[in-house]
Design a protein around this ligand. Structure first.
Ligand SMILES: [Zn+2]
Length: 465
């Protein structure tokens, strides 16, 4: 299967949310690498594609574990004594143990197409399933990474590959468990993996590379800092991701062993700046909130996964009020819709604060538009993209909401976004352009049928019951 489609030269959008507000008859031209070259109001000139609906920039998915897709729905049966995050993790580990490279590619291809259909146009893949089931490395260290990159190319989604460093079983430098051998690398072998991934991403505008530490449990701050330094130019300006403070057990362990809460300890030990994406950061106190906002790090929120796993609620209103950055991700893949993530993000704040329209940074404004804008800016930063939204230099990622749907009747563009996020039809995404390629046509991705068939056969053969 080849890479999805050739790039368009130009698109005209009847109504588009650009970086400087709503524009009508907006012609967007792309360069050869799929970035936006120019953007102007023009109802005359010939273009390759006309989008008659309501167009927004594509939303980045800043946190994904593709392999976890296969266990969605299989962890909702209560088992005595195991109905928490740690019991879920055991089920996930058992499923992980079975996946081979071809199966991982089959999962990722289906999943990434599904993301495009819902309005994500790029994905940051936090990838830690590196080795064979018994922990022996594949002859090519980046065998599993290559499957994810290939799947993304075939789907037509931009990918930021985040090979994950995982070098210990707990805060006290415990060895990894048997079920974690597939993840394990010491810093030396990790650097070899990173080098291989770096060459797989080079010279491809739809691929980029970043660094990820699994968590403070799995990587000491000193190992993190020395590995990033040793990677040198491979990680220059690249994003740095880490899971942090997702569960209270982690907070309590960190307090007991290091005398500080995880986020505070991370800031104490590492130079956390605007290249960092702190995934979850669920349990933070006011001092840690200040650190997050002042450092301009991005908080990577995955509301449906955080709800599913019983993590807790991140106090997002405080972050937004202090001009901090956030974005959303699909994480465990219980949901692949950015609209649903943003709805739950807002609703979780309403539940806890007993207020409405919480995550709007200004005195007044559309809640849906504010959530989408925050996710586009934060998500792009978490992928190492300095420009976001529809403007020259940003990636040519466009999502068209089909505004002729009956439920959008009588709505202004802002109200169409509000209706989509809070009460809209199931999936009103009509057309998607990713990196200048027209990948979703009138709600259909041309490779979805074959990808679904392959996914179904593979999952049936896995026998996960
Ligand atoms: Zn995660």
């Amino acid at each position: 299967m080849r890479t999805s489609g050739s790039r368009l030269n130009s698109v005209r959008c009847a109504t588009a949310l650009t970086a400087s507000g709503w524009k009508n008859n907006c012609v967007i031209e792309f360069d050869a690498s799929g970035r936006i070259q120019s953007l102007r109001e023009d109802s005359q000139s010939d273009v390759d594609l006309i989008l008659k609906g309501t167009v927004i920039a594509g939303i980045p998915n800043l946190h994904s574990h593709a392999h976890q897709k296969v266990i969605t729905g299989l962890t909702e049966h209560r088992i005595a004594g195991q109905d928490d995050f740690w019991g879920w993790r055991e089920v996930m580990y058992r499923a992980n143990a079975r996946l081979d490279p071809e199966q991982l590619q089959t999962i990722a291809r289906y999943l990434y197409i599904d993301m495009l259909l819902k309005g994500y146009t790029s994905v940051a893949e936090f990838h830690y399933l590196h080795h064979q089931p018994d922990g022996t490395p594949y002859s090519d260290l980046s065998e599993m990474s290559a499957q994810l990159l290939q799947a993304a190319s075939e789907a037509g989604i931009a990918i930021t590959l985040l090979p994950v460093l995982y070098c210990r079983g707990g805060f006290k430098d415990e060895p990894v468990q048997d079920s974690q051998h597939r993840f394990f690398n010491d810093p030396e072998r990790y650097l070899a993996l990173l080098e291989s991934c770096h060459s797989l991403c080079a010279n491809n505008p739809d691929r980029s590379l970043g660094f990820a530490a699994h968590s403070l449990r799995a990587v000491s701050p000193s190992a993190m800092s020395s590995t990033i330094k040793a990677a040198g130019p491979m990680l220059e300006g690249a994003p740095i991701h880490i899971h942090v403070a997702e569960q209270m057990r982690e907070v309590n362990d960190c307090l007991e062993i290091n005398g500080a809460r995880p986020v505070a300890w991370l800031y104490d030990q590492c130079d956390v700046n605007d290249r960092w994406c702190l995934v979850h950061a669920t349990h933070v106190d006011p001092q840690e909130q200040t650190l997050l906002a002042q450092s301009q790090a991005i908080v990577g929120l995955c509301p449906t996964t955080e709800a599913n796993l019983g993590d807790g609620i991140f106090p997002a209103a405080e972050l937004m009020n202090s001009n901090g950055f956030l974005g959303v991700g699909s994480d465990s893949q219980v949901c692949t819709s950015p609209a649903e993530e943003l709805r739950l993000l807002e609703y979780s704040q309403r539940f806890s604060l007993q207020r409405r329209t919480v995550l709007v940074p200004d005195e007044a404004g559309s809640n849906g538009r504010a959530l989408i804008t925050a996710a586009i800016i934060g998500g792009n930063r978490a992928r190492g993209e300095s420009l976001a939204g529809l403007q020259p230099g940003a990636r040519g990622d466009l999502v068209e909401i089909g505004s002729d749907h009956v439920e959008f009747a009588g709505r202004s563009p802002d109200q169409i976004l509000d209706t989509w996020i809070f009460s809209g039809p199931d999936n009103p995404v009509q057309n998607v352009v990713a990196g200048g390629r027209h990948v979703v046509h009138d709600g259909i991705h041309p490779a979805m049928e074959s990808a679904s068939r392959a996914y179904r056969e593979m999952v049936n053969a896995l026998d996960l019951s």
